[in-house]
Design a protein around this ligand. Sequence first.
Ligand code: SAH
Length: 451
Amino acid sequence: MKKNQIIQLEISDITSDGNGVGKFDGMTVFVPETAVGDVINVKVVKVLKSYAYGIVQEIIKPSEDRIASDCPYFPKCGGCSFRHITYESEARLKEKFVYDAFTRIGKIKADFLPILECESHYKYRNKAQYPVSNSPNGNICGFYAKRSHRIICGTECMLLPDIFSRIADCIVNYTNINAIIGYDERTGKGLLRHIFIRKGYYSDEIMVCLVVKRAAVSEFKPLCNELTEKFECIKSIVMNINPENNNVILGKKTVTLWGREFISDFMCGNKIDISPEAFYQVNTPQAEKLYALAKEFVQPSGNEILLDLYCGAGTIGLSMADSVKRLIGVEIIPQAVENARKNAERNNIVNAEFICSDAGRAAEHLADNAVKPDVIILDPPRKGCDAKTLDAVLKMNPEKIVMISCNPATAARDCAYLNQYGYSVRKVRAVDLFARTTHVECVVLMSMIEA
Ligand code: SAH
């Protein structure tokens, strides 16, 4: 196989990063924006030892899963991967991503429950992070192109509330009129880096966070009046300062420009405050289903000590607090811990405490102090748990472990580790919070292997 060669392929599978898979001459060929059953002519763009990458040249016979994309930015934009197939086929793929991760990576046998599908496929996200940059014609704002930091101009998105686009456009317009320069990642020059917007799903409250290279309060003060006059839902405008030349979005310091330093929303019946730094699931109604499923797996009796590791603003643990004896949450981001404490208080939850710490360190400390949780919830970031955390979890010897993860591969790896030391995976269920993207959550119930 050679670069630029045209080959005919039938797509037999889709990988968890969204590439179609076909075979040619014993080689595996990955082709983006394809569907299972497609017969296509592919132009080979890269050849490695046992696999190659190609792009679609011509569709000879389209897959039955195919539909026409309804987004002008697809597939250039890196946001969606599945606008060209039906949601039904997307859900089947995601179910399989989770199944494959557990059975292939984790070599795990379990009861795999059918995927909980994403109810809404449009406008479901409560958060946007628009990158801003400059061009000879003024500042630009939009979304990153696939696997790149090139900005595709345009703030409208099928996955975001319409108001986000109007707010972002208003901000960019203001910067252009006032000669505030958008940040250039390559040179490190310019001021406005990102426009970060969050909206409470039930409350409709909006937070606007301007991420800037250096503190620039006076430059943006008049914008606050303009925004709050135009958009009544805005309850908070903050400025986050990120002076680093990196691609992490938020910096360490945040100042409030107008209104509150947080917005409130409701989650599983609790009123929840969220600071800009705190993690908050982007699809609220689906997150509520995710947490309800976790509660179903926990099956609290009222007598448990529940340890919620990686607890963010406390949402999961707090949704179960009235059904357990004691709740301990652990989270590394101080503002999120502050949110969690206040969220417990304002919902009259008195049996919850929150520790600001690395999950592994806190778990070790609890284990050393003979705290014996009956149930441990693990909801780590994409990279999963470290060995220290898992070892401390094992030391505490809980009756049940419920893992929630946005990365089935690391979840499977971590569950396989726990499995080696006495925990068996009972149930696994995929939950889709991110229709049209490759992302999927999963919830896992583990309990001790009976001797
Ligand atoms: N359970 C929460 C948050 C899940 S996201 C919810 O459902 O909303 C994962 C969380 O882990 C984030 O809040 C992140 O800040 C936190 N985190 C990341 N690394 C951590 C670590 N080493 N120790 C503790 N928390 C960590």
